[in-house]
Design a protein around this ligand. Structure first.
Ligand SMILES: *Cc1c(COP(=O)(O)O)cnc(C)c1O
Length: 421
C-alpha cells in the first residue's frame, strides 16, 4: 500500500535512470523521453554541465536566507533581464510555476491599489482565459480557466473571470472598472497546445494601454527556448512589452526553480516603476532563489545560449511537422504549437477507446508500451516536449514509434468494428 497521497493517476512505470533524451525503467527497458518531466528537463537527463554546476554549488553553499545577499541570484536576474526578457525590470525567484503566478496575481492587486477606480476603491480583477492552466495553488486554480481543477474547492476567490481564448471582442466587452490585469499563456500548454494569434496578443496589449491594465504572461511552460525564442511571446508578436512574466519548468532543467519578472515602466506621472510596487515586506519565500537553484538555472541558460539551442528547436519543429504531414494518418487532425511545444490533435472517431479512458491518455499509454514517453494535453491532444538538444536520430526514432502506434490504432478499430458486426 502506498503512503503517497493519490492525487495522480499514474502510468504503470518506474523510471530509475536517465541520460540525454533517454530514460530507463526498473526492469532495464529504455524509453525515449519526449515528456521531459513536462517540459522541465530542457537539456535532457543529467546534462554534464548542469550536474557539474549542482555538484560544485552543493559542495560550496546550498542555501542561505533571502535576508542576505545572494550573488547567484543577482547574476541569474541579470541574465534573465538582459539576455532573455530584454526589457528593463526586476526578478523575484520562487520554486514553482504556481507560486510565480501567485506573485503576478499579488502584483495585479498591488497595482490596483496604486491605480484605483474613479471612486478611489481598489481595482483587483484578473481576467484570464478558458483552457488556460496557471497552477494548483489557490491563486493558480482561481486564475485557471478549467472547471476540473476547481471542483470541490469552492468558494473561489473574488476577482477572477475567464474569457474565450483568441476572442478579442469578448475580452474588450468584459473589461470592468475593477479590472486590473490580463493574464495569459502565449501558448497554452496543459489546455491542449493552443497558440495565441498575433492579433489577439497585440489587441490585448492595446486594451491594456487604453484601460491602464497590466499585461501578464505565463511563460511557465513555453519560456526559455522551448518555443525557439528566449520567450514564447517573441515568436508571436515580438514587439510586445509585457508588464509581468512568470516562469518555472524548463528554467532549472530539472532543479526546482520558478521566477517572475516585473517591468520597470512607470505606472504614474511621478514615474513610479511597476517593479517598485513589490517592495520590502510585500512578498517573500524561504527557499526561493537559493544559491543551489540559481547555480543550476545559470548553467541551463548558459548551455541553451552557447549551443544555440533556440535555432535547433526551430529546425526540429520543422522536421517534425514535415514528417507528420507526410503520413496523412486519418487519426491525426493537425499539429499545433511553436518550437518543441507541439500538440498533435487526435480524431477520436477514427479509433476505439476503452470505456472510462480519455483518448489522449489511452494513446499515451500505447506509446509508453512502445518505448516513447509523451504527456497528453487535454482529452484529445498528445504533446511532444523533447529536450531542446534532442538529436535528429532521436526525433526520427520517436516519430517512427508514433507512426507505428497510431497506424495500429486505426487497424485495431477496423478489426474491432468488423468482428462486432
Ligand atoms: C505547469 C504550469 C504551471 C504550474 O507550474 P507548477 O510548477 O506545477 O506549479 C503554471 N502555468 C503553466 C503555463 C504551466 O504549464
Amino acid at each position: 500500500m502506498s503512503h503517497v497521497l493519490s492525487t495522480y493517476a499514474r502510468f504503470p512505470l518506474t523510471l530509475v535512470r536517465g541520460e540525454g533524451s533517454r530514460v530507463w525503467d526498473d526492469a532495464g527497458k529504455s524509453y525515449l523521453d519526449f515528456c521531459t518531466g513536462i517540459a522541465v528537463c530542457s537539456l535532457g537527463h543529467c546534462p554534464p554541465r548542469l550536474v557539474q554546476a549542482i555538484r560544485e554549488q552543493a559542495g560550496t553553499l546550498l542555501h542561505v536566507s533571502n535576508l542576505y545577499r545572494i550573488p547567484q541570484q543577482e547574476e541569474l536576474a541579470r541574465v534573465i533581464v538582459e539576455d532573455h526578457v530584454r526589457i528593463p525590470g526586476k526578478v523575484f525567484f520562487a520554486n514553482s510555476g504556481a507560486e510565480s503566478n501567485d506573485g503576478l496575481i499579488k502584483t495585479a492587486r498591488k497595482f490596483g491599489h496604486a491605480r484605483p477606480q474613479a471612486d478611489g476603491s481598489p481595482r483587483y480583477e484578473v481576467l484570464s482565459f478558458t483552457k488556460s492552466f496557471h497552477g494548483r495553488t489557490l491563486g493558480g486554480i482561481n486564475a485557471t480557466g478549467q472547471d476540473k481543477v476547481k471542483e470541490g474547492f469552492d468558494p473561489m476567490l473574488p476577482g477572477f473571470r475567464h474569457l474565450p481564448f483568441n476572442d478579442l471582442a469578448a475580452l474588450q466587452a468584459a473589461i470592468a472598472p475593477e479590472t486590473a490585469a490580463i493574464l495569459l499563456e502565449p501558448v497554452q500548454g496543459e489546455g491542449g497546445v493552443n497558440v495565441a494569434t498575433p492579433e489577439f496578443l497585440r489587441g490585448i496589449a492595446a486594451l491594456c494601454k487604453k484601460h491602464d491594465l497590466l499585461l501578464l504572461l505565463d511563460e511557465v511552460q513555453a519560456g526559455f527556448g522551448r518555443c525557439g525564442q528566449p520567450m514564447a511571446w517573441r515568436a508571436i508578436a515580438p514587439e510586445l512589452e509585457p508588464d509581468g512574466i512568470s516562469w518555472a519548468k524548463g528554467m532549472g532543467g530539472g532543479f526546482p526553480i520558478g521566477a517572475f519578472w516585473l517591468s520597470d515602466r512607470a505606472v504614474d506621472s511621478a514615474g513610479t516603476p511597476l517593479s517598485s510596487l513589490m517592495g520590502p515586506g510585500t512578498h517573500g519565500t524561504t527557499y526561493g532563489g537559493n544559491p543551489l537553484a540559481c547555480a543550476a538555472s545559470l548553467a541551463v541558460l548558459a548551455e541553451i545560449a552557447e549551443k544555440n539551442l533556440e535555432a535547433e528547436v526551430l529546425r526540429q519543429e520543422s522536421r517534425i511537422r514535415t514528417t507528420i504531414a507526410s503520413w496523412k494518418l486519418p487519426a491525426i487532425t493537425e499539429v499545433r504549437g511553436i518550437g518543441l511545444l507541439l500538440g498533435i490533435g487526435l480524431d477520436t472517431t477514427k479509433f476505439a477507446v476503452p470505456a472510462g479512458k480519455l483518448p489522449a491518455a489511452f494513446v499515451c499509454g500505447k506509446l509508453l508500451e512502445a518505448g516513447l514517453l509523451v504527456p497528453p494535453a487535454g482529452p484529445e491532444t498528445i504533446r511532444l516536449l523533447p529536450p531542446l538538444n534532442v538529436t535528429d536520430n532521436e526525433v526520427d526514432e520517436a516519430l517512427a514509434i508514433f507512426h507505428r502506434v497510431v497506424s495500429e490504432l486505426g487497424e485495431e478499430d477496423a478489426v474491432g468494428s468488423g468482428s462486432g458486426g
